[in-house]
Design a protein around this ligand. Structure first.
Ligand code: CP3
Length: 358
């Protein structure tokens, strides 16, 4: 894999509002993007998928031209301050040869749960090589050529969230199987978490080298863990996943890293402690409280997705409140507390962008 001659952080995106905020500064314009901004809320997304009804969601992610088009859709429509690669947290598992698919309306489903010694030993024997991410790094290169001053965010799933799917074999509410495994057989858990961390770490680094201007580690389900378990059994693996990008010198400096989870009020200092520059916060906690919990850390969030369906004056007041609370952090990137619900009127998202930029 080759690094582009000029990485966007060397010029085009070096002073982008998103990057400035991620570095803890206050740009002239409040940067905003939305988790799941590319997806079913957009008619043009549904059309692009329908035009390729012969392939599934993950195959669409692995088609560089199609992934590029879908990634650009929300940038064109909403004027957001970042593109996030159209991909999924299970893509590197698929590229490593794991049998996994996305069931529409459900989420990641595995051919078999990976939870016993045989399954985990088979998994961790799979080699991790930079070349295996080629369909994704190709999309990153196509995108950085198109995006100009708009930064592209690459991402990966954190070891716990990926394990929560693998060990269960499908989405679950309380992630019991993964949380049981870490106590029932800590050695086996560590083997699973470490391999997954190396996979996500290599995947993040490949995206950063190919031209992503920032990367985000999604530990969506970390909030289900008690803090002592998170610290002892999960944080070391998340640190390992962030380390390759954190330690890389790209474009003469560093590529900003973001760490996000849902329902993590009890974990914020620990989430911040694994080595990310920025913390993503969901809507259950105000950014004022988050800024108090992790002083000095730039924050991203946290409009309540439920309010996207409320009358505009109600939503606008909520957004103003989020912006005010966000002002207590050294840098703030406006976002949702979690993903865009599929039924969202996309016009509402555009209005939020206009409000943030006004
Ligand atoms: O934010 C973006 O616009 C980028 C795209 C993105 C997707 N998945 C596309 C997608 C991102 C950042 C993800 C990450 C992801 N995937 C996470 C972490 C973020 C989070 O939401 O907490 C998780 C937990 C997953 C696993 C996953 N993949 C779920 C739970 C689902 C939803 C299943 C459904 O149909 O409701 C997916 C599928 C998925 N990933 C879709 C998209 C656009 C929907 C697929 C479709 O039907 O078109």
């Amino acid at each position: 894999m080759h690094t582009p001659t000029i990485h966007p952080l060397e010029g085009a995106t070096a002073l982008a509002p998103l990057i400035e905020a991620y570095r803890g500064r206050r740009p002239d314009r409040l940067p905003v993007w939305f988790m799941r901004q590319a997806g079913r809320s957009l008619p043009e997304y549904r059309a692009a998928r329908a035009a390729r009804a012969d392939i599934g969601m993950l195959e669409a992610c692995l088609d560089p031209a199609l992934a590029t088009e879908i990634t650009l859709q929300p940038v064109r429509r909403h004027g957001v301050d970042a593109a996030i690669l159209f991909s999924d947290i299970v893509i590197p598992l698929r590229l490593a040869g794991v049998e996994v698919d996305i069931a529409p309306g459900v989420g990641p489903v595995f051919a078999e749960p990976i939870r016993d010694r045989r399954g985990i030993e088979e998994l961790v024997a799979r080699p991790i090589e930079e070349g295996m991410f080629a369909p994704v790094t190709e999309a990153v290169r196509l995108l950085t050529a198109e995006l100009g001053p708009i930064p592209l965010i690459g991402f990966a799933g954190a070891p716990f969230t990926l394990a929560a799917y693998m060990v269960e074999g499908r989405p679950s509410r309380d992630h019991l199987a993964a949380r049981t495994l870490m106590h029932a057989d800590p050695g086996l858990w560590r083997a699973l978490a470490d391999w997954t961390a190396r996979l996500s770490g290599a995947f993040l680094l490949a995206q950063a080298r190919a031209g992503a201007s920032a990367v985000q580690l999604f530990d969506s389900w970390a909030g289900s863990l008690p803090a002592p378990d998170y610290r002892r059994l999960v944080a070391p693996a998340s640190r390992l996943a962030l380390a390759p990008v954190r330690e890389a010198r790209i474009a003469g400096g560093t590529v900003p890293t973001v760490h996000f989870g849902v329902g993590t009020a009890h974990l914020l200092p620990d989430l911040a402690g694994v080595g990310a520059d920025v913390l993503g916060v969901d809507h259950r906690l105000s950014l004022t409280d988050a800024a108090r919990a992790v002083p000095g850390v730039p924050l991203q969030g946290n409009i309540d997705p439920a309010l996207l369906g409320a009358p505009w004056p109600v939503l606008a007041e909520h957004v103003h409140r989020v912006i005010e609370d966000g002002a207590r952090a050294p840098g703030h990137v406006l976002n949702l507390g979690h993903g865009v619900p599929p039924a969202t009127d996309p016009g509402v998202l555009t209005r939020i962008v206009d409000l943030a930029h006004a």
